[in-house]
Design a protein around this ligand. Sequence first.
Ligand SMILES: Cc1cc2nc3c(=O)[nH]c(=O)nc-3n(C[C@H](O)[C@H](O)[C@H](O)COP(=O)(O)O)c2cc1C
Length: 228
Amino acid sequence: MGGGEIRRPFHSLQKTRDTLKGVMEKDPLKIQVIVGSTRQNRFSEKPARYVFDELKKEEGVEAELIDLRDWSLPFFDEPVSPSMNGGNYANELGKKWAAKVGEADGYIIVTPEYNHGYPAVLKNALDWVFVEWRDKLVGFVSYGSALGARSVEQLRQVAIELSMHPIRSAIHLSSEIYKAVMNEKVPVDPELFKPLRAGWSGDRVATFFNELMGLARALKTLRKKSIA
Ligand SMILES: Cc1cc2nc3c(=O)[nH]c(=O)nc-3n(C[C@H](O)[C@H](O)[C@H](O)COP(=O)(O)O)c2cc1C
């Protein structure tokens, strides 16, 4: 290896994805992109829409954009914990949310940083469901003064408790991208996100997608085997 070369372990997953091309066409991976902020004037919908549009270009993927504004779940108030309720929710919307989450093979969560953590609305959405998250891959897109890294680290801990598998790669938006995009309307010109695809560490979107999709396929196969 040359002196300045960076080792990227998940680049090998591109080969896995190539090998699985036929399977992926017949049985696409369902990946949900979850917009992690619901506040007025939010930024999150801009990178979420960008990632969603890039994801739609990937072969063998069925992408869905999930806006928590469309899911006005109350603060979690079920009589039984979702880990124990066997899918029986008292709240009709909770039941629908569980079914929606259950449709996916993997998730991309787009999160800001609120007081060094992630938004309460996102934690609430995570807490509402349990088994539907299980054995699914999750990757994070974040932004903030420390690139949203603190939110992502907290989310990784929560994801593990939900039996999800958080991936190593993340897309942390730089403050330059944040500033360039902040006053734009959705869908934002993808050129403004281009530094993500051509930075000093290479194409971060491709690395992120390769890791997410390569491993999501493996987990999907395992989930099917454990059901059979
Ligand atoms: C309640 C609140 C707390 C915030 N705390 C932080 C913080 O701890 N770290 C940070 O980098 N930015 C913080 N910010 C600034 C956010 O990064 C910025 O407002 C961002 O656009 C929020 O994401 P959203 O627009 O998608 O909701 C905070 C913003 C709000 C509204």
